[in-house]
Design a protein around this ligand. Structure first.
Ligand SMILES: C[S@@+](CC[C@H](N)C(=O)[O-])C[C@H]1O[C@@H](n2cnc3c(N)ncnc32)[C@H](O)[C@@H]1O
Length: 299
């Protein structure tokens, strides 16, 4: 299967991935095959690099073929569930324990395979995501954060491999009720939180959090000054977020960006492409994103 790449769509976003990839060479459940080498594809939760097609007579032969390629494998199953389970049983156990936030993303290579039919496997020893099928899982905190939005920022920072630090400044736009502010404040950095709505009282009371009630779009970068992290989870059209990000980039006052593009109704692929075209940036669908994409630019 040389010259092919397999893209695993985020669940429910197969149509968006199809729109992004254009013509396909095959489709198996959420796994879309396209000709050519790896291309960044925001709606793919995992990308299988250089997948190979293996014709095997038995499950034992399939296990031997996979183990000959490398140790760690994770299945994607869209059918043949029993056959998948039998093969997994014959492979070395792969621990997929949820991460405690702050731990680095796994570094061991994790391959992916799927049964295309009873005797054909598609297998890729190298994938773009360090997580099984691209699904980052964390040991959750069900007490302190006011909502579950904090999981998006945990995932983004883990993938970034970099955290805010004490002495740094974070600007959190669209901060209410305060999940992201809680994450940022927990790093020891100073946080300026901006929203039209108030923060949850326990978050607003954190000693390193400064609240500004008002619109994120009315802020002039010069009025805030230099920030190490500009985070935005504001509900707005992606085009409006683009203009805000452009203003901050042109000001030179923000070093790292983590922003959520939120789509209402149809996906705005044109604006998503604008974000993706910023050199050095990444646009991706996190496991914790809904009809959203996360854009990161690390300075
Ligand atoms: C998804 S919520 C953010 C959740 C937040 N990141 C958290 O972790 O708790 C989106 C927020 O955008 C805010 N928002 C909408 N328009 C805004 C604007 N013009 N300026 C600032 N915030 C805005 C809403 O008030 C809402 O609190």
């Amino acid at each position: 299967m040389s010259g092919l790449t397999a893209y695993l769509a985020a669940e429910g976003f197969e149509a968006d991935l199809r729109a992004e990839l254009g013509s396909l060479a095959g489709e198996y459940g959420r796994l879309l095959l396209a000709d050519g080498p790896f291309r960044p594809a925001a709606w793919a939760q995992n990308v299988w690099l250089d997948p190979v097609r293996l014709e095997v007579a038995s499950i034992g032969e399939a296990a031997r073929a996979l183990k000959a390629m490398q140790r760690n494998w994770w299945p994607y199953q869209f059918h043949l569930h029993r056959r998948t389970a039998l093969l997994v049983d014959k492979l070395p156990k792969v621990s997929a324990r949820p991460l405690v936030f702050g731990q680095p993303a796994p570094t061991a290579p994790l391959g992916s395979f799927a049964w295309l039919d009873e005797h054909t496997l598609l297998a890729a020893p190298t994938c773009s995501s360090p997580f099984p099928n691209g699904e980052a899982a964390f040991v959750e905190d069900r007490e302190a954060p006011p909502n579950r939005a904090y999981l998006k920022l945990w995932e983004a920072l883990t993938l970034a491999g970099r955290m805010p630090e004490p002495g740094q400044t974070c600007l959190d736009l669209g901060a209410s009720p305060g999940g992201w502010t809680w994450v940022l404040a927990g790093t020891g950095a100073r946080v300026i939180s901006v929203d039209k709505a108030p923060l949850a009282p326990a978050i607003a009371a954190l000693p390193n959090v400064e609240c500004r009630q008002g619109s994120a779009f009315g802020l002039e970068p010069a009025e805030i000054g230099p920030v190490d992290w500009l985070c935005s989870d504001v509900i707005c059209y992606p085009e409006r977020l683009w203009r805000l990000v452009e203003r901050w980039r042109q000001s030179g006052l923000a070093r790292n960006f983590i922003c959520t593009l939120k789509f209402q109704g149809d996906t705005d692929h044109a604006t998503a492409r604008l974000f993706a075209s910023v050199p050095g940036s990444r646009l991706l669908h996190l496991a914790h994103n809904k009809h959203e994409l996360t854009w990161m630019l690390l300075g």
